[in-house]
Design a protein around this ligand. Structure first.
Ligand code: URA
Length: 247
């Protein structure tokens, strides 16, 4: 017997957390009866429907892409802009794990495994994400220290981060640096830079956990090896209680 939200996530249509919302909204039925109880146990042979559509267990697939700029991390776009999912040739109903902005490039995982996606994006797991950031202006040493300690954004304090300055160009007043954060809030990097009055002019995710796309052109993607999926789970689990970044 498995919990209803887990069964829905296993079908690849959504994450477990979103499945919970669907259940409480009354969009889920088991054997024709609407179930709004979270944790309802599904038996073998039970028919689970979401919005009237029967769900089935899908094969799990995991891709890593070097997301190109000018692509959306939503499943479709009201302005018909290209989506990352449309770049991948596969039958499964995959979705991007977390969001990179339209103008952000770099490491992006796509999967139909809601459980796995949750481990990668949930802040509890502290999976480090490193961005190559280019900003207008010179990033002051004092700002770096504050950024590393944590700053108060409108949605709360950021967790400790790590900054490695690559280049300070005093002639054109631009700074390039690598920023490692442990969370993945909406527009977090841009908001952290705005906090100090800097506009981000270029943003590329260099790594997600140990995963990198240095050897891939923008728009390229590949299936993750089973061992890589295992290792990502392991890395996420190891960060679960610590929330520390290596110096
Ligand atoms: N932070 C941002 O501001 N944008 C991204 O795309 C990713 C992290």
């Amino acid at each position: 017997m498995e919990r209803l939200q887990k069964v829905i996530a296993a079908s690849g249509i959504t994450s477990r957390r979103k499945a919970e919302v669907m259940i409480t909204e009354g969009r889920v039925s088991v054997n024709g009866i609407v179930v709004t109880e979270l944790g309802y146990k599904v038996k073998k042979g039970d028919k689970v429907e979401v919005d009237g559509e029967l769900i089935q267990k899908e094969n799990k697939v995991y891709y890593v892409m070097n997301k190109p700029k000018k692509t959306m991390c939503t499943l479709d776009d009201e302005f018909d802009r290209r989506t990352v999912v449309s770049l991948i040739d596969c039958e499964e109903r995959i979705f991007p794990v977390g969001r990179l902005d339209y103008d952000t490039s770099g490491v992006l995982i796509l999967t139909n495994d809601g459980e796995f996606a949750n481990m990668i994006i949930h802040p509890r797991y502290h999976l480090p994400k490193t961005y190559r950031v280019m900003i207008n202006g010179i990033l002051e040493t004092e700002s770096i220290k504050k950024m590393e300690r944590g700053i108060e954004l409108e949605d709360g304090m950021t967790l400790p981060a790590k900054v490695r300055v690559r280049k300070k160009d005093f002639n054109i007043k631009k700074t390039t640096f690598d920023l490692t954060i442990q969370e993945g809030r909406n527009h977090q990097v841009k908001r952290m830079c705005e906090y100090f009055g800097h506009e981000v002019t270029s943003l590329h995710r260099l790594s997600l956990g140990f995963l990198k796309v240095d050897d891939m052109s923008q728009g390229d993607y590949r299936l993750l090896k089973p061992q890589e999926v295992k290792d990502l789970r392991k890395q996420a689990n190891e960060g679960k209680f610590e929330g520390k970044l290596e110096k």
